[in-house]
Design a protein around this ligand. Structure first.
Ligand SMILES: C#CCCCC(=O)N[C@@H](Cc1ccccc1)C(=O)N[C@@H](CC(C)C)B(O)O
Length: 197
């Protein structure tokens, strides 16, 4: 898996490849790893497909119950802390590397990384999954604060293209979700290999 989330001057953009693998076999070449937790917060999934589906499912359910009772949106930080609790409290039986990102009226676009052991870190951008190791240099060089939406989308798609080209566990198509005050927007980009410019 290659997953990345970046904040920009209007919100956040989440990006992911679409490969689920079992060894060398591609079990799913159109996986959707960008999973909603509620209408203003999504999570990017890496690691075990089953474990990350289970964690996302529990948090979706908990947030839905909370909103039914309280009637208001949860903050990105609250959703991320619920994911962290699931990961931390089950750290010895879960393999889940998650990035929670969204938009709320208090902090605008936000990204939180949750590592395998359940450490939660607030970050301006984050990448994870097996493919992320191949784009550390690219991201360090090209990441900038307060990019425009177009610049952020270009950064996300180029980073994923490189990771999907080099990492055997990443591939398929690029999926993105953009979250701003106006709502959410999905994109689907086929053809992920590096094209000769
Ligand atoms: C289908 C099926 C069987 C399991 C598939 C399955 O979890 N594959 C994993 C790799 C893995 C992980 C831990 C144990 C075994 C196999 C996978 O493709 N993970 C991707 C993200 C998830 C959310 C799709 B990525 O991290 O590469």
């Amino acid at each position: 898996t290659s997953i990345i989330a970046v904040t920009f001057n209007g919100g956040v953009i989440l990006g992911a490849d679409s490969r689920t693998s079992t060894g060398n076999y591609v079990a799913n070449r159109v996986t959707d790893k960008i999973t909603p937790l509620c209408d203003n917060v999504y999570t990017l999934r890496s690691g075990s497909a089953a474990d990350t589906q289970a964690i996302a499912g529990y948090v979706q359910h908990f947030i839905a119950q909370h909103q039914a009772e309280e009637g208001d949106h949860v903050t990105v930080k609250t959703a991320a802390n619920l994911v962290k609790m699931m990961a931390y409290n089950n750290k010895d039986i879960m393999q889940a590397g998650l990035i929670v990102a969204g938009f709320d009226k208090y902090g605008g676009g936000q990204v939180y990384s949750i590592s395998l052991g359940g450490t939660i870190t607030a970050t301006p951008f984050s990448m994870s999954g097996s493919g992320s190791t191949y784009i550390n240099g690219f991201c360090d060089k090209y990441w900038r604060e307060n990019m425009s939406e177009e610049e952020a989308m270009d950064f996300v798609t180029r980073a994923l293209r490189y990771a999907m080209t080099w990492d055997a566990s990443s591939g398929g198509c690029i999926r993105t979700v953009t979250i701003t005050a106006a709502g959410t927007k999905r994109q689907f980009i086929q053809g992920s290999l590096i094209q000769p410019t």
